[in-house]
Design a protein around this ligand. Structure first.
Ligand code: UD1
Ligand code: MG
Length: 478
């Protein structure tokens, strides 16, 4: 076993600072609950912490603490975050002091920020390996405009990547010369817990902002002879923070472009990676094509040869092999899910709601809504129709403008339509009701009683004609 593998076995405990106000968001929602890719900023960070197998994840909350804590309960698989309240917020060092009692002495502590959502698991693993149970490892990056960030100060005459790190100086405390340094602290560090705790106890707030700076521990490490290593990343996206709506939007686009490119690398054909949004997970088999301006939410999976037309919104759905979703279709399976069978055709302008289960070769056309209904293979509802709480047999043809009246004002009831039924246009099927297999419902019928297999059922006023009918005339103007 090499040294890095051995070092990686140290348990890792994560502290996520999320107590700040986020004034520049100008929002009543706590900053870390704003969404990137459909998920709260801080939830991304917790996901990543879970991904590296963190033992404890402690979220430091302050502004909007109750909202943040409530929002995060049960949102991340595989880890239960603990919360440490920081009231009032006296700086990043003070934030980590609040978390310290929850951090065992034998671990490596990774300090992350709740508003830096795209930090990567590989980067964190590398940083923990650099810390190696005995060093302070800082994640740094060289930027063109270092304004506002803590500068990495190295021993004099060694201001290059090899020089020993002496301290981090915050913008407001920095000298002219220090402000020229372009290597900045990203806000992410890995540090052995036992060392961190001794240094936290020594922090003070004698600085330009009157805050307890976590970054002051770098100076203590240097004094104590503990090696400080700066691990440089060149991926600005991973350390980008969100402070304003404009920054949030910019990060969202960058994140979406990255997801789009990852899908294209797997063979997915996106008409335009810049006009693609994934707010959840999208699993695609081979030869999937997705036209412009589609939004995918929750968990969506697309079978081989599926085609998605322009301007579709698809959430929590499974689309089977060869199905085609035409433009402007809205599919949202919510909790119950939606399935679209192999070779089915859906849209344009169709709406599939939770519990819609379409079999193979089903056709759902424009302005057709399907909810909590199963359509067996080959069934068709091509125009202006509603199927709710229905079980529809194979090869059924469901006419334009027909609806299942599934709701009596208090309860929902089921409609059962047997195989090979033909429902004419503009029918109302009042549930609970069963239309026997092979039956026909005449257009314009309101059906309130179940029908026998094979029967033609018509329920509408008899047609009458009056020959030579004279319409009323307007009285002549006087
Ligand atoms: C911090 C670093 C700076 C670094 C920069 C990177 C310090 C002193 N400075 O500066 O070196 O370049 O991040 O973005 O650490 N927070 C709390 N409680 C507090 C204060 C802050 O939880 O009392 C949280 C914030 O919500 C945020 C994070 O800590 O998630 C960072 O705080 P912020 O005020 O943005 O620190 P910076 O001044 O940007
Ligand atoms: Mg900041």
């Amino acid at each position: 076993m090499n040294q890095i593998q051995k070092d990686n076995q140290e348990p890792v405990d994560v502290v996520i600072m999320a107590a700040g106000k986020g004034t520049r968001m100008k929002s009543s929602l706590p900053k870390v609950l704003h969404r990137l890719g459909g998920r709260a900023l801080v939830a991304h960070v917790i996901d990543t912490a879970a991904g590296i197998g963190a033992r404890h994840v402690v979220v430091v909350t302050g502004h909007g603490a109750t909202d943040v804590e409530t929002a995060l309960e049960g949102t991340v698989a595989g880890v239960t975050p603990q919360f440490a309240r920081q009231m009032p917020q006296l700086g990043t060092g003070h934030a980590v002091q609040q978390a310290a009692p929850l951090l065992p002495d034998d671990g490596t502590v990774l300090v992350l920020s709740g508003d830096v959502p795209l930090i990567g698991a590989d980067t964190l693993r590398a940083l923990v390996a650099e810390s190696a149970g005995r060093r302070l490892a800082l994640l740094t990056i060289e930027v063109d405009d270092p304004q506002g960030y803590g500068r990495i100060v190295r021993v004099q005459g060694q201001q290059d990547a090899e020089g020993e790190v002496q301290s981090i100086v915050e913008e407001k405390d920095a000298s002219e010369a220090q402000r020229a340094i372009r290597e900045i602290y990203s806000g992410v560090m890995a540090v052995p817990a036992r060392l961190l705790k001794t240094w936290l106890a020594r922090l003070d707030n004698r600085n330009a902002q009157g805050e307890y700076y976590l970054t002051d521990i770098v100076g203590f490490a240097a004094v104590d002879g503990v090696p400080v290593v700066a691990h440089r990343t060149d991926d600005a996206l991973q350390v980008a923070g969100v402070n304003s709506p404009a920054q949030l939007a910019a990060l969202e686009r960058a994140h979406q472009l990255r997801q789009a490119h990852a899908l294209m690398a797997q063979g997915v054909r996106l008409a335009d990676p810049a006009r693609f949004d994934l707010r959840g997970t999208l699993v695609c088999e081979s030869d999937v094509e997705i036209d412009v301006n589609c939004v995918f939410e929750g968990a969506v999976s697309l079978g081989a040869d599926v085609r998605i037309g322009a301007n579709c919104v698809i959430a929590n759905a499974r689309i089977e092999t060869g199905a085609v979703i035409h433009p402007f279709t809205h599919i949202d399976g919510e909790k119950a899910g939606v399935t679209v069978g192999a070779g089915a055709l859906v849209g344009p302008f169709a709406r599939l709601r939770p519990g819609a289960r379409l079999g193979a070769e089903v056709h759902i056309g424009n302005f057709v809504e399907v909810k909590n209904s199963t359509l067996a293979a080959g069934a068709k509802a091509n125009h202006l129709a509603y199927l709710g709480d229905a079980t529809v047999g194979q090869r059924v043809n469901y006419g334009a403008g027909s609806i299942t009246a599934n709701y009596d004002g208090a309860n929902k009831h089921r409609t059962i339509i047997g195989d090979d039924v033909h429902v004419g246009s503009n029918c109302v099927l009042v549930a609970p009701i069963t239309i026997g297999a092979g039956g026909t419902i005449g257009g314009g019928s309101t059906i309130t009683k179940s029908t026998e297999p094979g029967a033609l059922t018509i329920s509408r006023a008899k047609q009458a004609s009056y020959a030579g009918w004279q319409r009323p005339q307007k009285a002549p103007k006087s």
